[in-house]
Design a protein around this ligand. Structure first.
Ligand code: URA
Length: 293
């Protein structure tokens, strides 16, 4: 982003110039990378401070991609599983390492693993029909952690979270507030394996993967977690409230000193462009929270 574009963006947000914590900012974010060329959409003009999330967004009426994760923001499904429940034994006693996987720490205790051990350990877990684990991507020392729900088909194919159309919208939203997975946010999901047929993850799946997310949060020690979509929000906040009730205010993560902001899932925004104004308000709140970190 040029200095002029940045100034216009910040003026629009009512902010003075701000930066991510200098010790954590590897480089200024560049325009979102193309993570799924076949699904590429035109990048917004560099001068547009609210790409696709502004009320007058250009993506209005776009059909959902066949491979995108379902809209999890409004569906009525079983209440979220309690993340306070002890992790199932299967989540604590690792299986034999998959062939070719890096060796996980001996006598694995997830809560003591470093990033690489954790990722290697995840690869040894039951894939539950998925092709591969989707561990996460981005700056592991960033102030901001984005948590989605679970990988979809594109993510399952590439092993990277948020690479389909919804992921591209997420990248553009982040770019609008000076954030990028290439520099200053980390992105992961509640569930690390794609649920069959893109269905919502069930309680067992959430419980099985929960120790990994919990350890990622511990290792990262972010200032802000952004929960995108209902499943991520309810799971992280251990709540059964609707997304509409949870979004719009900062919450305190129940298990440590950490703010959680809830916003719409980008797949939902692709289907309900009328909600983009609210998403833009959420983004501005994220920017303000980052500025005060
Ligand atoms: N939806 C999610 O919640 N996560 C992804 O990684 C992709 C789509």
């Amino acid at each position: 982003m040029t200095p002029d574009a940045r100034k216009r963006l910040l003026d629009g947000l009512g902010l003075v110039d701000w930066r991510m914590r200098p010790d954590r900012l590897a480089a200024a974010p560049t325009a979102p990378a193309d993570h799924a060329p076949a699904l590429r959409e035109p990048a917004p003009p560099a001068t547009d401070p609210q790409p696709d999330v502004a009320p007058a967004a250009s993506a209005v009426g776009e059909p959902a991609a066949a491979t995108a994760a379902p809209d999890h923001d409004t569906q009525t499904v079983a209440p979220n599983p309690s993340v306070d429940a002890p992790a199932p034994a299967a989540a604590q006693a690792p299986a034999e390492p998959a062939q070719g996987a890096a060796a996980p720490a001996q006598g694995s205790d997830v809560s003591r693993m470093d990033w690489d051990e954790l990722e290697a350990w995840l690869a040894t877990r039951d894939h539950r029909g998925a092709s591969r684990p989707v561990f996460g991507i981005g700056a592991r020392d960033a102030d901001v952690l984005i948590v989605g729900e679970a990988p979809g088909a594109n993510e399952d194919a590439q092993g990277v979270p948020f690479v389909g159309r919804a992921g591209k919208l997420l990248d553009r939203m982040l770019f609008a507030i000076g954030c990028s997975r290439d520099t200053n946010v980390y992105i992961t999901n509640i569930c690390k394996f794609r649920p069959p047929n893109n269905r919502d993850p069930n309680a067992d799946e959430v419980a099985a993967d929960w120790p990994v997310l919990e350890r990622q949060i511990e290792l990262m020690d972010p200032k802000l977690v952004v929960a995108v979509g209902r499943v991520a929000a309810q799971t992280l906040l251990d709540s059964t409230q609707s997304l509409g009730k949870l979004r719009g205010t900062l919450h305190r993560y129940p298990r440590r000193e950490l703010d959680v902001l809830v916003t719409y899932h980008p797949a939902f925004l692709l289907r309900s462009p009328g909600q983009k104004a609210k998403a833009w308000a959420d983004l501005k709140q994220i920017a303000r929270r980052i500025a005060s970190a």
